[in-house]
Design a protein around this ligand. Structure first.
Ligand code: ADP
Ligand code: MG
Length: 246
């Protein structure tokens, strides 16, 4: 029996009169790689933003290791051990790969009060390099971020998310905009990352996640359409209908 890390109960979200999510109840076990899939507009990013503290739910409760998270600012989520990737636009193109991650670590120390301010610059630098090693970018640490290939920039984003040493790592479409070769490399990276932490992926590439995940949730029109092991999802008639009808 695995430990429950994150639990969402009856999560809903409205934008004005539009219901983007409704009645989502799901618990995530420690150590699992879970993917949330669904067609465009299904509510995946909205749910991801709620689970990572970027967006508040209109209804429902979120708990991490039994503690309620509702109403907490994002940096409290990071404190608790939940970290998310940001889009490439958060990378400083004219800083080196290492500097990008170290700046993130410094920002976390100062504004998020992580590591109780005792981490000095050397320690922050070491944390940054450890995160770069985890994503396979340590060999590029001195290069300017703007000279990285697209896939490497996505890996850098993940390194930035890893610097707080999260128990739960949330990634929104890490393979977006990638060709087959880069996608393969990203999948290998995700598999490596999932060996040591709980990972939650949002993806719209169904085929990719079926091979990668221990568990798959399918969102459709803001509701949970299916939840199960990849083999069950693959043969689920509701899921097949949604994907074939796209
Ligand atoms: P997905 O990531 O699955 O493609 P999203 O969660 O981005 O879907 O969006 C779900 C629905 O909510 C869409 O119809 C989208 O237009 C709507 N939506 C998302 N964010 C907002 C917002 N800030 N304001 C209004 N509508 C939004
Ligand atoms: Mg999205």
């Amino acid at each position: 029996m695995s430990t429950e890390l994150l639990r969402a109960d009856g999560i809903g979200r409205r934008f004005g009169g539009f219901v983007a999510l409704e009645g989502i109840s799901v618990a995530f076990a420690a150590g699992e790689l879970t993917s949330i899939i669904g067609p465009n507009g299904a509510g995946k990013s909205t749910f991801f933003n709620i689970l990572s503290g970027t967006l508040s739910p209109s209804s429902g409760t979120l708990r991490f290791k039994g503690r309620e998270l509702n109403g907490l600012p994002q940096h409290r989520f990071v404190h608790q051990g939940i970290s998310r990737s940001y889009q490439i636009t958060n990378i400083f193109p004219d800083l080196s790969v290492h500097e990008n991650v170290r700046v993130a670590a410094q920002a976390m120390r100062v504004s998020y009060d992580i590591w109780r301010k005792r981490a000095d610059l050397v320690e922050l630098s070491e944390r940054a390099d450890a995160a770069l090693t985890s994503v396979g970018l340590i060999g590029k640490r001195g290069e300017l971020a703007k000279f990285l290939a697209h896939g490497q920039q996505r890996a850098l984003e993940i390194a930035i998310a890893l610097v707080s040493e999260p128990e739960l790592l949330l990634l929104d479409e890490p393979t977006a905009g990638m060709g087959p070769e880069e996608t393969k490399e990203m999948v290998a990276l995700l598999e490596r990352l999932a060996e040591r932490r709980t990972v939650l992926l949002v993806e719209h590439k169904m085929k990719m996640v079926l091979g990668l995940s221990q568990r798959v949730l399918v969102l459709h029109h803001g509701r949970l359409l299916a939840d199960g092991k990849p083999e069950d999802i693959r043969s689920n008639p509701d899921v097949r209908r949604v994907y074939l009808g796209q």
